[in-house]
Design a protein around this ligand. Structure first.
Ligand code: KG4
Ligand code: ZN
Length: 370
């Protein structure tokens, strides 16, 4: 079957066209094309994603990308579209577009959960624009998925593809959000996660740096929940405490809300290092506890923050030391962020499970759960 997938849950407009054919041992996938247009540069001046702007950009870009992606291709058998979670005005753009196309082509439209997409993004091997076979035996269950993105931090027990149970989640900020807020405190533009991580890596190399001590929130609680807002506040208070009056300020007046503390590059590096260490320690510890409790066979890490090399390597170390029989799966770098290929994959498995189901009332669900 041929699938056209559409993803517009946040600030990426992405379309993917794939074909998926069931084999005796799994599925053969052929990825014809995935085109993702990022709006990051436009949102930077707002310090985060501005929903009305995201909506306008999606509406502008969807038909342009569609034309490119459909060049030389036949009308697909299905259209899959992200229906949530995400920013509702942005989600609606994809949904309305998918429904119109579905009517025009007389093709069924299937709603897909964005977080399931992040989980299944690990099925794609290294070469993305190619053919690959997913063997059912490639994914051993139960699996555990640690989903870390700008909007979510969840530990999900994956009993099978399509059968999920959230066993832990953040009670306040998501990991990516905390990275972005820390970046902002340090004067780094949105989305600052990757930059904070680069600063931390530099500091790790120069390991003589004296660094502050930040808390490891909820690390010893019995549940699998997280909290990152207190950690971000600790970064803020510490940064303010070492901030020197900027040249534009006459004296050491306390910083006003939102003002960037005036701190040296080496202090920024030290803060980034301790912040990233704290995040990684909490994520690794809670993941380890969940692996123990549920006798997990496979660990999946997905979402934008799964691009973070330090978190990945700490997770790898923990698996090698404590769970040598567990397979660790992390998406290709290009697929860590939002993309329509992961939506096509999640859509395929949903269709396979219930091929004749008709979805008549697809709507944007900002808080849709797995
Ligand atoms: O999954 P994603 O692309 O969008 C959402 O669905 O939220 O995740 C984006 C988030 C941003 O907060 C970004 O700063 C963070 O992922 N991120 C990183 C890294 N790369 C992206 N955070 C830390 N280290 C990175 N290398
Ligand atoms: Zn995402």
């Amino acid at each position: 079957m041929n699938i056209l997938a559409i993803e517009t849950s946040c600030d990426e407009t992405s379309l993917s066209y794939i074909s998926a054919n069931e084999t005796r041992s799994g599925t053969n996938f052929q990825v014809f094309s995935t085109i993702t247009h990022s709006q990051i540069a436009l949102h930077q001046e707002f310090g985060g994603v501005f929903p009305a702007l995201a909506k306008r950009e999606h509406q502008k870009n969807l038909p342009i990308i569609l034309e490119k992606i459909m060049e030389g291709r036949e009308i697909p058998d299905y259209i899959c579209v992200t229906s949530g979670p995400g920013l509702e005005p942005a989600l609606w753009c994809g949904i309305v577009f998918a429904k119109e196309l579905g009517e025009k082509w007389n093709v069924p439209v299937v709603p897909v959960n964005h977080m399931e997409g992040h989980i299944l993004s690990v099925l794609v091997p290294e070469q993305i624009s190619s053919t690959f076979e997913f063997k059912n035996s490639d994914l051993q269950f139960p699996a555990l998925a640690l989903l870390i993105s700008g909007g979510h931090t969840e530990l999900v027990l994956v009993k099978n593809i399509g059968d999920y149970e959230i066993i832990g989640r953040t009670r306040d900020d998501a990991v990516g959000e905390a990275f972005d807020k820390v970046a902002r405190i340090l004067g780094i533009p949105y989305p600052g996660g990757p930059e904070v991580s680069k600063l931390a890596a530099q500091a790790r190399k120069e390991n003589s740096l004296k660094h502050p001590e930040f808390p490891r929130p909820m690390i010893h609680t019995k549940d699998f929940d997280f909290s990152f807002s207190g950690l971000k506040t600790a970064v803020l208070y510490y940064s303010q405490s070492i901030s020197t009056p900027s040249p534009r300020r006459a004296s050491a007046v306390p910083l006003i809300k939102g003002e960037t503390p005036n701190i040296s590059e080496s202090d920024k590096m030290a803060i980034a290092l301790e912040f990233e260490n704290a995040v990684a320690e909490v994520l690794v510890h809670k993941t380890k506890k969940a692996l123990e409790e549920f006798s997990v066979q496979t660990l999946i890490i997905g979402g934008g923050v799964s691009a973070n090399t330090f978190i990945k390597s700490e997770m790898q170390k923990m698996i090698a030391q404590e769970f040598p029989n567990v397979t660790l799966l992390v998406p290709e770098k290009e697929l860590t962020g939002d993309n329509a290929l992961m939506i096509a994959l999640a859509g395929y498995f949903k269709i396979k499970k219930d091929p004749t189901r008709v979805y008549t009332d697809i709507k944007a669900e900002g808080n849709l759960s797995l």
